[in-house]
Design a protein around this ligand. Structure first.
Ligand SMILES: *[C@@H]1O[C@H](CO)[C@@H](O)[C@H](O)[C@H]1NC(C)=O
Ligand SMILES: *[C@@H]1O[C@H](CO)[C@@H](O)[C@H](O)[C@H]1NC(C)=O
Ligand SMILES: *[C@@H]1O[C@H](CO)[C@@H](O)[C@H](O)[C@H]1NC(C)=O
Ligand SMILES: *[C@@H]1O[C@H](CO)[C@@H](O)[C@H](O)[C@H]1NC(C)=O
Ligand SMILES: *[C@@H]1O[C@H](CO)[C@@H](O)[C@H](O)[C@H]1NC(C)=O
Length: 309
């Protein structure tokens, strides 16, 4: 599975969703400069960042953290290319337009518009979960997603997160998957009186074989977990009950061991999963599924049956 394909698909999805926005709330980037002293850095060694828009009124003590998505990088080339973009370096990050669940407009976001809303920038390439470094000659890459997660949360604590009455950890796509890896750890930061819940939007990547019977996504996640040193971020309870730790990177295996209330939102015909996991190009070399993948209304009854299964 080629990482570049993941990236293109993810970005086209993001840009098409932006076109529906009318009013814009532009929020500046906060760079955590001193996080570098803790080794919490993006792929290229630059400091990590987030965007915070303050809550108000009845939401002033409530916090929603949204982890950015954007696929993964699992080898030298894909991580190196990524380190030259906003998905791997804060040098390329700008402000962020808050919409949807991050909007301050009660019409667009009735439940959270007046909460403190935070968008965590994703610049490590392993769902905020790697913890290692890579060297090859003069090339150096940092896989410090776990430290970035810690650095952001600890930067937000004195900003008021520590006194949260309600806290929701959410994320989309690779960021949705990240919530499964950090939900328990997040909840343990707060006293028992804080109501903590987690939510994954389009992050429930299934452990399934592709159409040709090959488990493409297992192969990809295994290489990712190994390359970026993700093992430490995986739930100990989950790891103890599986023959291979990397399986705990899959939400369906990790979720069984999470004690926090969870909201899981995932389309049955999630385009990323159908195109990359269930019917990747390698499983359909003759392109029989081309029309169906372009437009689900063009799937044959047989193809729909296969997807439904
Ligand atoms: C974000 O909002 C600004 C200001 O309204 C606008 O110029 C820009 O195009 C928006 N960016 C995206 C990606 O929608
Ligand atoms: C955001 O950044 C711009 C450009 O640096 C600055 O002019 C503006 O005051 C900042 N806004 C806030 C709310 O800090
Ligand atoms: C970074 O700076 C913030 C405030 O400027 C401070 O609260 C925090 O303790 C510092 N962290 C480190 C690791 O120095
Ligand atoms: C290390 O770098 C060399 C030269 O750029 C390259 O040929 C080789 O494939 C790299 N090693 C790995 C493991 O990617
Ligand atoms: C959360 O994870 C970090 C990094 O692994 C660890 O240092 C910290 O102790 C954990 N916190 C809790 C409350 O488990």
């Amino acid at each position: 599975m080629k990482s570049a394909v993941w990236m293109v698909l993810f970005m086209s999805a993001v840009f098409s969703s932006f076109q529906k926005i009318n009013s814009q709330l532009v929020v500046n980037l906060t760079v955590i400069h001193n996080a570098t002293s803790l080794g919490a850095v993006c792929l290229d060694g630059s400091p990590p960042g987030y965007h915070l828009h303050r809550g108000f009124g009845s939401g002033a003590q409530n916090w929603i953290l949204q982890m950015e998505g954007g696929a993964w990088c699992n080898d030298e080339l894909s991580c190196y290319l990524r380190s030259k973009t906003a998905y791997g370096s804060s040098l390329y990050m700008g402000s962020w337009n808050f919409s949807g669940i991050l909007s301050n407009d009660p019409n667009m976001n009735p439940d959270f518009y007046n909460w403190n809303r935070v968008f965590l920038r994703y610049c490590d390439g392993a769902s905020f979960a790697g913890n290692s470094e890579y060297r090859n000659g003069t090339k150096r890459l940092y896989f410090r997603g776990l430290r970035i997660w810690d650095a952001i949360v600890h930067d937000l604590f004195p900003e008021g997160l520590q006194h949260a009455e309600k806290a929701l950890l959410s994320g989309c796509s690779a960021g949705g998957l990240a919530t499964f890896l950090h939900c328990d750890n997040f909840s343990q930061l707060f006293p028992e009186t804080t109501i903590v819940k987690c939510m994954s939007d389009a992050g429930f990547f299934l452990d399934v074989k592709d159409k040709s019977g090959y488990n493409n996504i297992r192969h990809f996640f295994r290489s990712l977990v190994k390359f970026q040193g993700v093992e430490q971020s995986l739930s100990e309870k989950c790891v103890n009950s599986h023959h291979d730790p990397y399986l705990c990177f899959f939400p369906q295996h990790a979720l069984k061991h999470i004690r926090i209330p969870y909201f899981v939102l995932n389309s049955a015909y999630d385009v990323t999963q159908v195109d990359n996991i269930f019917v990747p190009l390698s499983s359909d070399p003759c392109g029989h599924w081309k029309n169906c993948k372009l437009n689900y209304t063009m799937c044959t009854p047989n193809e729909i049956n296969i997807l439904q299964e």
